[in-house]
Design a binder for this molecule. Structure first.
Ligand code: PLP
Length: 399
């Protein structure tokens, strides 16, 4: 059997499976401890009621011949693509043609599947540490990426440099796992760099909804020249609590063309119409309701809820004098391992001593070796309990 042997290059366990395995072992050994998970980036707030109502209505429609919907357009219904284009106009004052927006079942699939439209010999560059999907989807295709390292020396916000020679550059802003966010001028450097090199930026904006400073760009298309070099990948997951519903979208500007005039928008549509049959009608109706005034208000409240959690985490870390970044325009806090332990050592130590599940930074790349990540996605009550446990840990150490 001729299998794809590149799969054998993948780390044996996907990061979160290993975290889950160690957590299960701990729970079996300590059934009396209630474990608090501040690790995986899954939301905890329920869907806004307006979204639920829209989906209920859509379900009812599916029960009657007159209103039944079978296969929809593979790239998404026009009413949802129009609603997203309006949102860009309102939020970032930029014009995106609804035909440039292609609906999907989430950012993860698009980030991996977009590789289909590039030459198999195209080279890639990405940050270290990085959201593991960028790396692993490339390893599966036999590509060895270049890395640009996020370190304390560059404030965990690497900028382009001559060493980067790749055709495809992944950027995640606000960054997962570091929780930091590029300034407008810094993103401009990336756009100018990509244009000069004729490289393409795959811009992951899954956490853009956490940016609350109007001076920071929420979309790469707020930067001049980005329409000529960037594809933006977005998600309803963190923005509107759709992690379990599955919906996202990717913007491929019509102005994105190869030197010989081939449109990337056309290629991506072609790929999606062949290999994907669209997101369910019910879920797309739910996503459309996110953009109603009631929907937008509800998602803002949920985002504010997570931001309150993150602020509490940051205040606690300040009290503990632990060094960290992030947590301002992001649900993530990236913490330097206290006591200079390695990431997995720190993970195991904190799990044993506090029953809190962190994410070890090494799971995101070698530059994460001395870091652990926390998220503000749990409930406020659990976040408070976790913070108390961390403060107690410090107290106990003193006695
Ligand atoms: N991009 C980043 C940086 C993420 O952290 C995640 C999920 O955690 C995703 C994409 C996946 O988003 P989706 O749920 O839309 O597949």
């Amino acid at each position: 059997m001729k299998i794809n042997r590149h799969y054998l290059q993948l780390p044996e366990n996907y990061l979160f499976s290993e975290v889950a395995k160690r957590t299960r072992q701990f729970q079996t050994q300590h059934p009396d401890v209630s474990v608090i998970k501040l690790s995986i980036g899954d939301v905890s707030r329920p869907l806004p009621m307006v979204v639920v109502q829209a989906m209920k209505q859509a379900c009812r429609e599916q029960g009657y011949a007159k209103t039944f919907h079978g296969y929809g357009p593979e790239i998404g219904y026009p009413w949802l693509r129009n609603a997203i284009a309006n949102f860009y106009q309102q939020q970032s004052k930029i014009k995106i043609d609804p035909d440039e927006i292609i609906i999907s079942d989430g950012a993860k699939s698009d980030l991996a599947n977009l590789l289909d439209i590039f030459d198999t010999r195209a080279t890639v560059a990405m940050c270290d540490p990085v959201y593991p999907v960028y790396l692993e989807s490339n390893l599966m295709l036999g590509r060895t990426p270049q890395f640009f390292r996020a370190t304390a020396a560059n404030d965990l916000l690497p900028l382009p440099d001559e060493q980067i020679t790749a055709d495809i550059i992944y950027l995640c802003n606000p960054a997962n796992p570091m929780g930091v966010c590029y300034q407008r001028e810094q993103l401009k450097q990336w756009v100018d760099f990509a244009r000069t090199r004729q490289a393409i930026i795959l811009y992951d904006a899954a956490y853009a909804c956490f940016i609350h400073d109007p001076n920071l760009p929420r979309s790469i298309y707020e930067i001049d020249g980005a329409r000529e070099c960037a594809i933006e990948i977005c998600s309803f997951s963190k923005m509107a609590g759709f992690t379990g519903m599955r919906c996202g979208y990717t913007v491929v500007p019509k102005t994105l063309v190869t030197a010989d005039g081939i449109s990337l928008n056309q290629l991506w549509r072609r790929r999606q119409t062949t290999k994907f049959n669209g997101v369910s009608y019910v879920v797309q109706r739910g996503a459309e309701a996110v953009f109603t005034p009631t929907g937008l208000n509800a998602i803002q409240q949920n985002i504010a809820y997570y931001q309150r959690n993150v602020q509490l985490i940051c205040r606690t870390l300040n009290k503990l004098h632990w060094s960290y970044v992030g947590g301002v325009h992001s649900p993530y806090v990236w913490i330097r391992c206290p006591g200079m332990r390695s990431a997995w050592e720190c993970f195991d130590f904190l799990l044993q001593e506090t029953g809190i599940v962190f994410t070890p930074g090494i799971g995101f790349g070698s530059a994460g070796e001395n870091y652990i990540r926390l998220t503000g996605f749990n409930s406020y009550r659990n976040t408070q309990r976790a913070c108390r446990r961390l403060l107690n840990l410090q107290q106990n150490k003193k006695h």
